[in-house]
Design a protein around this ligand. Structure first.
Ligand SMILES: O=C(O)CCC(=O)C(=O)O
Ligand SMILES: [Fe+2]
Length: 329
């Protein structure tokens, strides 16, 4: 994939790469970039964007210091972080023996309360550098995320004020992820560190660093490895965006194939509905040509259904949960 600012972009079986550097809403290049972002999103639920949201110093502070410090903590300390609406740690499991990650909620707001709580819980005297790094990262990503979210919805024809109120209705979290070298058995069976999946989010932005691994499924069913270029982010539509977009943006299918013998770190910047919220297709995206595809979707009930309930066994749990046509198929 190579990219050219604004109007030109390269597609491989639907996956686009679009340069967003220096673009402002309504300014030169905005419309062409917006069309390219939307085309890729509507085709494969994913787009790779080039950006200038994270400088080299911030990336170094995050991947070179904050993350190694966190993952080096004793397993018991990491496990003590309760999983739930505030923070959460996922340790190695039989299905993913080399994967661990931690989620920090609302890291983008205020002084990064989520990061500070986590720092205070883990280090006896807190860890201001860790907290500042995560909070700065999240603030910078939030601007980029709003830009991409705005492009997607505007291009579907959603008026500006509705786009803004949708974006204002979301919550944000950061997930720091670490993939250790794969044990031999895992490498010989699938070679995958994370199985193909759709995210249960609104949008997930994946930042890789140095070591590749993220692969995206494209229109012909093949997989494209996204190179870990420092100034790019992979933006993946989650299932909740499919609901809001009334089915016009599919959730991107992706997986992780880490080089077997190498350690890898990635960071996700994630938007979701707020806790307790119910989402539904935006009114502006339902008309005679676009009949209602999804009914009301309670975020927390869907999470339970998908990860702890009957949805675990289904290939399309979203449709079973709130698809408008689910009873007729
Ligand atoms: O680490 C990555 O590149 C992607 C991880 C991912 O897809 C996920 O955590 O849902
Ligand atoms: Fe994912």
């Amino acid at each position: 994939m190579s990219s050219v600012k604004g109007a030109e972009h390269q597609l491989r079986s639907g996956l686009g790469k679009v340069d967003l550097r220096g673009l402002e809403p309504g300014g030169p290049g905005w419309e062409a970039a917006r069309a390219a972002v939307a085309a890729s999103m509507e085709a494969v639920g994913t787009v790779v964007v080039t950006h200038d949201a994270l400088g080299a110093d911030l990336r170094q502070a995050l991947f070179g210091r904050a993350m190694p410090e966190f993952f080096a903590l004793p397993l018991d300390a990491k496990r003590s972080l309760v999983s739930g609406p505030v923070n959460g740690y996922i340790g190695p499991r039989p299905g993913a023996p080399a994967y661990e990650s931690v989620r920090i909620w609302e890291a983008a707001h205020g002084a990064g309360a989520g990061a500070r709580n986590l720092g205070d819980a883990l280090w006896p005297h807190g860890n201001p550098a860790f907290c500042d790094t995560v909070a700065t990262f999240a603030r910078n990503m939030l601007d980029l995320k709003r830009k991409v979210g705005r492009m997607i919805l505007e291009s579907l024809g959603v008026p500006a004020e509705c786009v803004e109120s949708h974006l204002d209705s979301l919550a944000y979290n950061v997930r720091l992820a670490h993939y250790g070298p794969l044990p031999d058995t895992a490498t010989t069976t699938t070679g995958l560190s994370m199985q193909p999946h759709r995210d249960c989010t609104m949008l997930t932005m994946v930042i890789q660093h140095g070591v590749e691994g993220l692969e995206v499924q494209v229109e012909d069913g093949s997989w494209i490895a996204v190179p870990p270029e420092p100034d790019t982010v992979t933006v993946v539509a989650g299932e909740l965006l499919t609901v809001v977009a009334n089915g016009r943006v599919p959730a991107g299918i992706h997986r992780v194939r880490t080089p077997g013998d190498r350690e890898r770190m990635s960071v996700l910047f994630v938007s979701t509905p707020k806790e307790g919220a119910t989402v539904r297709p935006l009114d502006e995206l339902v008309d005679d040509n676009h009949p209602l595809m999804y009914g009301d979707c309670s975020f927390s009930e869907y999470v339970d259904f998908r990860f702890a309930g009957d949805g675990r066994k289904l290939s399309d749990p979203l449709k079973a949960f709130c698809g408008a046509l689910k009873d007729k198929q």
